[in-house]
Design a protein around this ligand. Structure first.
Ligand SMILES: NC(=O)c1ccc[n+]([C@@H]2O[C@H](COP(=O)([O-])OP(=O)(O)OC[C@H]3O[C@@H](n4cnc5c(N)ncnc54)[C@H](OP(=O)(O)O)[C@@H]3O)[C@@H](O)[C@H]2O)c1
Length: 302
C-alpha cells in the first residue's frame, strides 16, 4: 500500500511541481485554499484533516506578497499559526510534516551564503510571519522538516510571475528596462526543488531546517538579464536586450513597499552532506525553464 500524502497549497507554483512528482508514486490529496484555508479556526482545519488517513503533509501554501504582508495580521495566520495547527494535527496522527520557508528570515547583511544555523533576523512582516511558521512547525516536533527557499521560479499561473517570466515579458514589449542591481540571492527552480524534496519525503535524518536553492548567487539584475539572454538565443523577439540596473532604494524605498534583504543567498552544504547531491547551477536551471516554458509563450518552435 503506497503512502498517503496531503499537499496544502497544491495550486501554487511549488505545490504544482510537487504534485506533479507525487501523483505517480503516492496516493495524494491535493488541497487548495477553498478546501482548507489556513486562516480558518482550528476546529474547521481539524474537521478537514482529522477524518483523513495520511503519512505526510506538505504545506506549500503561503501568503507570499511581501508588500501586502506588511502590517497585515493575516500574514501571521497563513504563514505562522495555521501551519502550527496543521503540525499539531500531524503529531496527533503520527504523520510527518514538511513545511516551506524563505531566505527573508535573514536580514541580508551576510556577504557569504547563509547556512541553516546562521542567526535569523527578519526585516519585514513577511519574513517575521514565515519565521513564526518555522518556530510553530518545529516547536511541535523537531522531526518535522522546514525547507527554506529563495527567488522561486517555475511553471505555474502566468499571472503569478517570477523574475524570468516578468523580465522576458517586459523585454518583449519595451525598448529599455531596469531591474534592481544591489540585491543578491540564489534562484530556486521549482522543478529542481520538488525533485530534491521527493528524495527527502520519508528520510528521518532530513529534519529541522534545510536550505534548498540552485547553485550559485546572482543579483536580481543578473537573474533577469540571463533570462533575457536565454530568450534571445531561442529567437524570442526581444526589444530590450540589455537590462539597466536600479537600486533597492529606488524600487522598494517607499512606505508602501516592504524592505528586502540585500544579500540573502542560501548554502546547499547541508543538503549536499545529507544526500551527496547538489542542485544544478541557477544558470542551467533558468536556461531549462526559459526553453521549456517561457519562450513557448512567444514562439511556437522553441
Ligand atoms: N515565491 C518565491 O519567490 C518564494 C521565495 C522564497 C520562499 N518561498 C516559499 O515557498 C513556498 C511556495 O511558494 P510559491 O511561490 O509556490 O507560492 P504561490 O505560488 O504564491 O502559491 C501559494 C499558494 O498558497 C495558497 N494560499 C494562499 N493563501 C492561503 C490560505 N489562506 N489558505 C490556504 N492556502 C492559501 C494559494 O492557494 P489557492 O491558489 O488555492 O488560493 C496558492 O496556491 C512558500 O512557503 C513560500 O513562502 C517562495
Amino acid at each position: 500500500m503506497s503512502k498517503r500524502i496531503i499537499i496544502i497549497g497544491s495550486n501554487g507554483r511549488l505545490g504544482r511541481a510537487i504534485l506533479g512528482f507525487c501523483e505517480s508514486r503516492y496516493q495524494v490529496l491535493p488541497l487548495i485554499s477553498a478546501d482548507l484555508n489556513l486562516t480558518w479556526p482550528e476546529e474547521l482545519i481539524r474537521s478537514i484533516l482529522e477524518p483523513e488517513e495520511f503519512d505526510l503533509v506538505l504545506i506549500t501554501a503561503a501568503f507570499n506578497d511581501v508588500d501586502k504582508c506588511e502590517g497585515n495580521p493575516i500574514a501571521d495566520q497563513i504563514n505562522g499559526t495555521g501551519p502550527g495547527i496543521v503540525a499539531q494535527i500531524c503529531k496527533e496522527k503520527g504523520a510527518r510534516l514538511i513545511h516551506f520557508s524563505t531566505n527573508y528570515v535573514f536580514d541580508g547583511t551576510n556577504p557569504e551564503v547563509y547556512v541553516e544555523t546562521d542567526p535569523v533576523a527578519p526585516i519585514s512582516d513577511y519574513g517575521r510571519s514565515k519565521l513564526l511558521g518555522e518556530q510553530e512547525v518545529l516547536g511541535v516536533s523537531e522531526d518535522n522538516l522546514v525547507v527554506r527557499l529563495s527567488w522561486l521560479f517555475g511553471p505555474g499561473d502566468e499571472k503569478n510571475e517570477a523574475t524570468p517570466d516578468w523580465s522576458i515579458r517586459q523585454a518583449v514589449k519595451a525598448d529599455s528596462m531596469k531591474i534592481v542591481a544591489d540585491c543578491w540571492a540564489s534562484p530556486g527552480y521549482t522543478i529542481d526543488v520538488a525533485e530534491a524534496v521527493m528524495d527527502l519525503l520519508f528520510v528521518p535524518e532530513a529534519k529541522g531546517i534545510l536550505h534548498l536553492a540552485n547553485e550559485g548567487t546572482c543579483s536580481w539584475q543578473e537573474f533577469g538579464q540571463y533570462s533575457i539572454d536565454c530568450a534571445v538565443e531561442l529567437g524570442v523577439p526581444i526589444k530590450a536586450i540589455h537590462v539597466d540596473g536600479t537600486t533597492l532604494q529606488e524600487m522598494f524605498g517607499h512606505s508602501s513597499r516592504a524592505p528586502r534583504p540585500v544579500r540573502a543567498s542560501l548554502s546547499q552544504r547541508k543538503y549536499e552532506a545529507l544526500t551527496g547531491e547538489k542542485l544544478r547551477s541557477w544558470k542551467d536551471a533558468v536556461k531549462h525553464y526559459v526553453k521549456h516554458t517561457v519562450a513557448r509563450r512567444y514562439i511556437d518552435s522553441a
